[in-house]
Design a protein around this ligand. Sequence first.
Ligand SMILES: [Zn+2]
Length: 690
Amino acid sequence: MKKEEKEYKRILVTSALPYANGPIHLGHLAGAYLLADIYVRYQRMKKRDVLYICGSDEHGVPITIAAGKKGVTPQEIVNEFHFRNKVAFEKFGISFDYYGRTSSKVHHQTSQEIFLNLHAKGIFSKRVEKQLYDEKIDMFLPDRYVKGTCPVCGYAEAYGDQCEKCGSSLSPAELIEPKSVLTGDVPVYKETMHWFLPLGRFQQRIEKWIESKPHWKTNVLGQVRSWLKEGLSDRAVTRDLSWGVAVPLEEAKGKVLYVWFDAPIGYISATKEWAQEKNDPDLWKTYWQRQDTRLVHFIGKDNIVFHCIMFPAMLMAHGDYVLPDNVPANEFLNLEGNKLSTSKNYAVWLEDYLERFPPDPLRYYLANNAPETKDADFTWQEFQQRNNSELADIIGNFINRTLTFVDKRYHGLVPEYGEYDDLDKTMLDVLKKAPKKIGLYFEQFEFRKGINAFMDVGRMSNKYFNDQEPWTTVTKQPGKCATTLNICLQACRSLAILMGPILPFSAEKVWRMLGLDGVVARQLWDDAGSPALKPGHKLGQADILFKKIEDSDIEPEIERLKKIAAEMMERKNSEKPVVQTKPKISFDDFGKIELRVATVLEAGRVEKTDKLLQLRIRIGDETRQIVAGIAAWYSPENLVGKKITVIANLEPATIRGIESNGMLLAAEDESGQLSLIVPDRDVASGAKIR
Ligand SMILES: [Zn+2]
């Protein structure tokens, strides 16, 4: 069944608000920003009404913790990273129409208005809860401010929301021996009132809405459906913290909005600020409150639940807003085969990258290798190879050989064309069809395919140049040569427009080399396929488009990451003994223990106990008696004839008046159940165990 395409008048695109507690790395770019930017740049060239909104997420506990560690205020932390990230995005060509921040006044007001709107509608439920409290500093402790032992794996440094060792989600109450991160004191429980969004009340509406989105990416639908299947529960929208948007109620003094609640509102408040800058303060409503707006959220997979369930529930509850038409979330990007780790500096930071390389090669490789449907891996070698053998050898080479040829043979003027042969017609047809073909992939969020289709145009252009052999025809068939070069120049112009969304900096460079007016970003996408260069047009100066990347350029980066990966591996191994062992013993110590296989000859219960069995066993030629606490799991009759293992040289002991001359070996599981250790093949009684 074909989905009926709704008529949209405008497109509102958002990228996840990055946390302003650290710099941007490649994982961020591949997740929520680069593909969104390609999409937006494409839509602008389609001359559609598109608005691209983002900003810094400046609230939340990680920011107050980062501030605490550095001994500065949270505002100082967010000021630093807001501006640093804004600049880095700009240098990388991410073309937000507005980059806001959630510490702004407009954002605080907007969040409070939405909270009060929902509050007035009676949406929230109120509940008194017991929460951990640090009495020394009179402060409730949010999950990240509590550390303790993980109840799942025993890791001693687990946080109140998650154990970083085993990955279990936790609540502070589950921690064994919780401690305040701030004072090291044992926190107490104290009652506190909080407001909750009862998501369960929106379950059916969200289900129905999600089922109307069969065109969404399968990885997104899969995650949303599994949340819905589990059933939605209440979620706190307030918390006891000083940094954040104050809850605008008298009875909620000292509380702020939970960051998951205020952060997505950041998209709305940033749009308001954008409209104010345009001197059209109500313009934001056109994008957020008219149902003919297509809202698209670009995010990483860790944000799916917030953008597909919680934020939509808030907007449904409010009633005046559009819901997302699509949420093309990406999976994660790994680095040289390992997971990124910002705390271990196992990452490639955008600022560092930009100091060494131009933005476009990274845009090309990352977009072509984006984790669209599954996790992807970034390697420096592949980055180098994609730049050298695709960007430089195909696109760069074709444009350069065309321009230098025309410069030399035609004084830098576009030559006249004559009659077209079959190869000419095929090439012109490839150019004509390219914008629609590539554009369709972009509209369907299949960026990898779109970029490959773009590269195919470059490949075919190069092949066309080779097949027409202008270096031969230039003397023998000058008319044919002129036609070939005319078409090659048309292809250069087409490629400049087609690379506009993907390689914006290089596209403008080609435009200048072609001596064209204006900028690529303002060209009409659909015109990319028409042979618009007029004969006699004066070209500009040819220049290298993509510089080759040498081994020596990337080797230091590879080495740096290898070193960190090795350290991470070592740390992981040294942390390995989750199993608490006794102090190490020497091999000689072990040699003192005489372990033997024994056969059970007779077995019976020890009177007046439920635990003990009395066994008569044979070790080689010797027969002896032992007492073992296995009655709960083994009946005497099943033991007779069985081969077991024993310590044969243990000092005799008297148990319940019975002499036990040795001890059998058994494994004990967590529940205390014992399981006899038996040889896995038939061996003679008395065999030594080593
Ligand atoms: Zn754990």
